[in-house]
Ligand binder design. Sequence first.
Ligand SMILES: [Zn+2]
Length: 306
Amino acid sequence: MIIAAVDIGGSKIALGLVSGEGRLLAESRFATDPAMPYAELVERIRQGLTALSQEGPVSGIGIGCTGRMDAKGVFQANSFLPNLEGRNLAEDLGLAFGVPAAVENDADAAALGEFRWGSGRGSRSMIFVTVSTGIGGGVILGGQLFRGLDGCHPEIGHHVIDPSGPACFCRASGCWESLASGTALGRRGEQMQGEAYGDARRICDLAEQGDPAAQELVQKEARYLGLGLANLITLFAPERIVLGGGLMNRWSLFEAGARAVIRAQCGLVPWQKVSLVRASLGSQTGLLGAAAVWVQRFSAPPTDRG
Ligand SMILES: [Zn+2]
């Protein structure tokens, strides 16, 4: 089985072929152009996938895309590709190829990729958390991706940690993203220590070198990360939480502090059994996630689970 994968992001659109075992066989990409008319976008993707699939027929097309869509895959307003609004890309690509196609939000796609072929493999309930400029993720319960009313994607980065915190575009103040994202860490660093501490990666570097101000910032960040993780554990008690995104490459800096918060706060669920693990698909997350969207929707459940 070969699955065609389409990963649509803010700066690039990646195309790939993925085997049924989760191996990336071929890939290509082109730049995301917000002005591209919808028909041209579909055609570019069709041509790109056709060029990749010379070696054999594909069973289906899986798509991961930034932005929101309803349960049928119809896009809502999309800031990166405004011409997607009101369109059903999965349906149109499926028709163009004569194979079934499925689409999910890119965070949900990444969650499915990790669940099937990455660090979530073998679990039945898993929450994928990605911490970089923002905080997002996907929730998988009983082997199924959880969707809310009208197919909406749960926004795990926007539950409130501290109502006196910064205002967020989500309308809340002090949500997890506004306090614990890489952007929030950099902002706090600049406010507390000046411009030299205005970047999350630099703060992590300085903390590793023993800089006391950076270490203090890291401790505070670990506390905010821990608060959000503790809430997810109390709400869902998942078998596994998979941590992805740029800031989680530095998880070792935050782990002890975050775990201390979880230990102190999760009194009602078996938090000791929840494993916190780093994501493992790396740069292939987008394409493997997109392929996993298709597998999850149209293929048999994995056999290595009960
Ligand atoms: Zn928010």
